[in-house]
Design a protein around this ligand. Structure first.
Ligand SMILES: Cc1cc2nc3c(=O)[nH]c(=O)nc-3n(C[C@H](O)[C@H](O)[C@H](O)COP(=O)(O)OP(=O)(O)OC[C@H]3O[C@@H](n4cnc5c(N)ncnc54)[C@H](O)[C@@H]3O)c2cc1C
Length: 717
């Protein structure tokens, strides 16, 4: 297409790219790790794009019924496997597609690879792994993860499904004793899975309750796919998003499974009926949860990358309202009217969009850091690292999935009316991503788990103070000193995430020293702003713990009641502040590391640095001002300086907005959005998409003739 024939929107996007201050391809390499990974990814995407089933018409799926979408997504899943990709590429391929074609969510495939297989890997004995993993990895059996019940999800201790050991037959009897105990929600269970890992309350032959254990239960006949005797199961019906997943229900009626089907890496029942804990720490069973939480933090970054790419590109080509700065008024009669302003030029569009682009980067680096910590745990199986890792993953899972879900919705609103169309890709992306705030631990509940760890860290600090040994080895976390982890890389930030809290434990009774720099110094220093974020987290933690202990000391309520009914709102705020600080610190540390390693050109590192600044300032704006004014760490002049600096930074980041989202390297195939098209040719493709709507297959609908024609001219409205 020549320059003249190019639609204005495409020219606008080209112009945006022409004035970007850095090379997005270079930043893409920095994000993905190395050029080889980027090239391999491009090759894989090109291969998928060339495939008729995988590469075309995915946006038209929104015209299909749920059954048709379900079927199509199974067909795509099969196609990916027929391509015979190596394991790592197959993983990338199944993860490439967000809703609008979420291959990994087809049937229960995501749960098979994401929960069923990892659960066996983590909880199975060597013998059990040798038996089940080859079957699962070759998909000779298809697995679901059945934990949640109709009446209980969060409170796992009260799950009602029973598993009773019978030494005579050397089997467990699994049973759903009440309606509330019916397994409800597991993905893949409804129509797809042949097996499930079922969580049930174990009772041994001596009648003793042994807590929750995991059992592999065969659900369907491998030849006919019909449910086995004693098993009632099906799809739970339509829900928000997840059309392609058969979330299911399962009622077990005295179903017998062999003793070897209880996953027994950490606990086992012997043939004589005795119960043996084989792990030195039963908390090791949390391994699968950790795995999925790490995955969900990565997904949060991806969701933000998708949504901000769509919203930034569209905001750059969508013109609405007054002429751009400096444009001639075009008032002459024969001259065309001046171009309107790109909506990206409005400050209100920038304040909502640009911090979300920055957040996508922040979550990306935090996810990478969490992955490093998780891989270290997997390699070492050192359960002493579990409490930190559990709390960090719980806090980050919760904070980042909430941030991403609200971010996707904000991006949808930033697209105005077209954001409501499925052609934008955004309604489906939201519906697909939003449940991650609930599954794998409802977000407030996860934050409260992190808060328990926070309170313990404070207690550990206070105890060390009592022993008189803490002051020497703890770093100074007040004033303008930079955060400890910043220069040691994002993963190092998560190596000891509680250090500043243990230090705070010493200072429980002490007012924090006020920040001693000027407002201008604070506004210009990311390190000082990070200290402010950390100080806010510290103050909120100390305050929440003090309130909790005051309730208990006053005799008003036992500890757990005080926790749940008096202090949990403050505890939750403390955990959010902790996660906010960790996220910003990971981003900062990644930027510091990239500079130290000269990982890209000055221009690229400069753009990344500005984005880090925007993220840290936004985090301060959202989470610091009130609490730090109350604690007198900052003055009103300081908080005003932070806000002023945030607004000052917007034009520079706005100039690079399209480049910064281009650097995510997401293809049109992945974005699956007319508004986010890389060529900016939005309007022609909106029209083409609408023309393909089944309602437009005929000019006159049968229903019109049947129901409308008879009442035309006869209504009295
Ligand atoms: C799309 C989707 C897919 C799913 N897939 C699976 C699957 O594959 N396998 C599976 O087993 N399950 C699955 N689930 C279920 C999911 O894991 C649970 O819904 C989730 O854990 C929340 O539990 P709940 O529904 O019991 O919520 P509830 O616990 O009933 O939550 C209700 C409210 O109470 C609050 N609350 C609960 N407890 C506390 C507390 N202690 N302190 C403070 N507030 C509290 C919550 O924050 C929430 O606001 C899926 C759910 C969805 C939506």
């Amino acid at each position: 297409m020549g320059e003249k024939e190019m639609p204005q929107t495409s020219r606008d996007l080209e112009a945006e790219r022409a004035r970007t201050s850095f090379a997005p391809t270079e930043l893409n390499v920095l994000l993905r790790g190395d050029a080889h990974t980027v090239e391999a990814r491009h090759r894989l995407l090109a291969r998928i794009a060339a495939d008729p089933l995988l590469g075309e018409g995915r946006l038209d799926d929104s015209f299909l019924s749920r059954a048709e979408r379900f079927d199509k997504s199974l067909a795509r899943m099969r196609r990916v496997h027929e391509l015979g990709l190596p394991k790592d590429e197959a993983f990338v391929a199944t993860r490439l597609f967000r809703e609008g074609g979420a291959l990994d969510k087809a049937g229960g495939f995501g749960l098979h690879t994401g929960m069923f297989v990892p659960t066996i890997e983590l909880l199975g004995s060597d013998e059990q792994r040798a038996t089940w993993l080859p079957l699962a990895r070759s998909c000779a059996i298809l697995g679901a993860y059945a934990q949640t019940e109709l009446a209980h999800g969060t409170n796992l201790a009260r799950l009602e499904t029973t598993a009773t050991f019978d030494p005579r037959s050397d089997t467990f009897e699994l049973h759903s004793p009440t309606v509330g105990s019916i397994k409800w929600w597991p993905g893949g269970l409804g129509k797809w899975a042949t097996h499930a890992v079922v969580m049930a309350q174990l009772t041994t032959a001596d009648g003793k309750a042994r807590g929750q254990q995991s059992f592999i239960v065969q659900l369907r006949d491998l030849r006919t796919h019909l449910p086995l005797p004693g098993i009632e199961l099906g799809d739970i019906g339509p829900k928000m998003g997840y059309d392609r997943v058969d979330n299911g229900f399962l009622r077990l009626c005295r179903v017998r499974v062999p003793r070897a089907h209880m996953l027994c890496r950490h606990a086992q029942v012997r043939a004589d009926g005795s119960f043996v804990l084989s792990s030195d720490n039963p908390r090791a069973v949390y391994g699968t949860m950790l795995f999925i939480r790490v995955y969900l933090v990565e997904e949060a970054s991806l969701a933000l990358q998708h949504a901000t790419t769509i919203a930034a590109r569209y905001s750059a080509v969508r013109r609405q309202g007054g002429a751009p700065t400096g444009a001639a008024d075009g008032g002459g009669e024969t001259r065309p009217p001046p171009l309107e302003r790109a909506v990206l030029d409005y400050q209100t569009q920038q304040t909502r969009l640009l911090p979300l682009i920055a957040a996508a980067y922040a979550v990306h680096f935090a996810a990478g850091a969490l992955r490093v910590r998780y891989d270290l745990f997997r390699a070492s199986q050192d359960v002493r690292t579990l409490p930190d890792l559990h709390a960090t993953s719980a806090a980050l899972k919760s904070f980042t999935t909430s941030l991403a879900a609200s971010g996707v919705e904000t991006c949808r609103l930033l697209c105005g009316g077209h954001g409501y169309s499925h052609a934008s890709g955004l309604p489906a992306l939201y519906a697909e991503f939003a449940p991650s705030q609930t599954y794998e631990g409802d977000n407030p509940v996860m934050l409260l788990q992190a808060a328990r760890w926070i309170v313990k860290q404070l207690g550990a600090g206070a105890a060390r103070q009592g022993e008189g040994g803490a002051a020497r080895d703890a770093p100074d976390t007040r004033g303008r000193s930079p955060p400890d982890g910043a220069a040691r890389g994002a993963a190092a930030v998560l190596a000891d995430p509680g250090a500043y809290l243990r230090d705070a434990g010493r200072a429980v009774e002490r007012a924090s020293a006020p920040y001693d720099g000027s407002p201008a110094e604070l506004g210009g220093s990311a390190a000082a702003q990070l200290c402010a974020l950390r100080e806010a987290a510290r103050v909120l933690a100390v305050r929440a713990a003090a309130a909790l202990h005051a309730h208990v000391r006053s005799g008003g309520a036992p500890y757990e009641v005080a926790w749940s009914e008096r202090a949990s709102a403050d505890l939750l705020e403390a955990a959010r502040a902790h996660a906010r600080y960790l996220l910003a610190a990971c981003f900062d540390a990644a930027v510091v590391e990239a500079h130290a390693a000269r990982a890209a050109s000055r221009a690229t590192l400069g753009a990344l640095g500005a984005l880090r600044d925007l993220h840290v300032l936004s985090a301060c704006d959202e989470g610091c001002a009130r609490v730090l004014l109350e604690s007198r760490y900052l003055t009103p002049e300081h908080t005003l300086a932070l806000r002023a600096r945030l607004l000052e930074l917007l034009p520079a980041v706005r100039r690079d907005a399209v480049g910064l989202v281009d650097a995510f390297g997401l293809t049109d195939l992945e974005l699956n959005s007319v508004l986010g098209r890389a060529d900016g040719n939005v309007y022609e493709h909106m029209l083409a998409w609408a023309r393909r709507s089944p309602l437009n297959a005929t000019h006159v609908l049968e229903g019109f003739e049947r129901h409308v024609r008879p009442i035309m001219g006869k209504c009295t409205l």
